[in-house]
Design a protein around this ligand. Structure first.
Ligand code: SIN
Length: 288
């Protein structure tokens, strides 16, 4: 029999189904297995967790992340923060690596995208630089029955070449899954993803990496994707987080998309992200 977590976290919901502040936890401490299991259950349930007043370092961010599973390299293509911390991606607005100002779920252009991500603010601009997250489960649930029936059966191609292909060709890639990344072959994922832990369904497309719907015409693919992108980013499903020093946010990549708002001009914004290894997405038709 699998063990059951009885520990209750002190959490403050942000909206009825999406997001929560986790109170009274110092994530740099050596947390018990029960606390980690409770955080993981809250992550699956709430999809986005906010820990405020933290004092993480690169070391303790990695240690915290590893409690939820093996960590990936910083990114399949983008360089790590340092040799010492190959798991950390420094998302720096000034050094030209990334601003991440497009709706996306992390790294969906690989066969096994990360399960979740943990982001901490290292340098916050004096104004702006918020991050938005959208709840892909509510987005799916709010579709009408006929549209759900349509999307349940669809597959989509995801491709990271447009964003990362040039960088990869010039600089080479990182170790990811079974080996070093030398090219980015497009991958296929279901348009509706079933969460492996909760069994809930979520729309699993994003404008940064999803290129087309398979098995339909180009015009149909464009029409379907445009409609889905407009739907998943409806304000009703979106949480906006204004960063403060000491904030650490953790999200479930199996049920959310996010967007780093690029409204801080030439001011510098630095974030450190680690990602937890994930599994291959499956959808309603993968089960039949
Ligand atoms: C990300 O896209 O993973 C980072 C988001 C952010 O920089 O706010």
């Amino acid at each position: 029999m699998s063990s059951v977590t009885t520990l209750e976290l002190d959490i403050e919901p942000i909206t009825p189904k999406f997001g929560a502040y986790v109170l009274d936890i110092d994530v740099s401490e050596d947390l018990t297995d029960d606390v980690i299991a409770a955080i993981r259950a809250a992550l699956v349930d709430r999809k986005l967790l906010v820990f405020t007043g933290q004092a993480l370092t690169p070391d303790s961010q990695i240690t915290f992340g590893r409690r939820f599973g093996e960590l990936t390299a910083s990114h399949p293509v983008m360089p790590s923060y340092s040799r010492e911390f190959p798991e950390i991606w420094q998302i720096d607005s000034i050094d030209g690596t990334a601003k991440n100002d497009e709706w996306h779920t992390d790294v969906t252009f690989v066969q096994r995208p990360p399960l979740g991500s943990i982001l901490r603010a290292v340098q916050i601009p004096p104004y702006g630089g918020d991050t938005l997250w959208a709840d892909l489960e509510q987005a799916y649930e709010s579709l009408s029955d006929p549209v759900r029936a349509l999307v349940d059966g669809l597959q989509a191609e995801h491709d990271g070449n447009r964003e990362f292909g040039d960088y990869l060709r010039q600089n080479g890639g990182n170790d990811w899954d079974e080996g070093k990344v030398t090219r980015l072959d497009p991958v296929t994922h279901p348009v509706v993803r079933i969460h492996p832990e909760s069994g809930r369904k979520a729309l699993f497309v994003n404008p940064w990496f999803t290129r087309r719907i398979l098995g339909v015409s180009d015009a149909e693919s464009r029409g379907i994707l445009d409609a889905l992108y407009a739907h998943i980013t409806r304000p009703d499903f979106v949480i906006k987080h204004r960063w403060s020093e000491g904030d650490v946010l953790m999200w479930d990549n199996r049920s959310t998309v996010h967007y780093a708002v690029n409204d801080y001009g030439d001011n510098r914004r630095i974030m450190h992200r680690v990602t937890i290894k994930g599994d291959e997405p499956f959808g309603p038709t993968s089960l039949s």
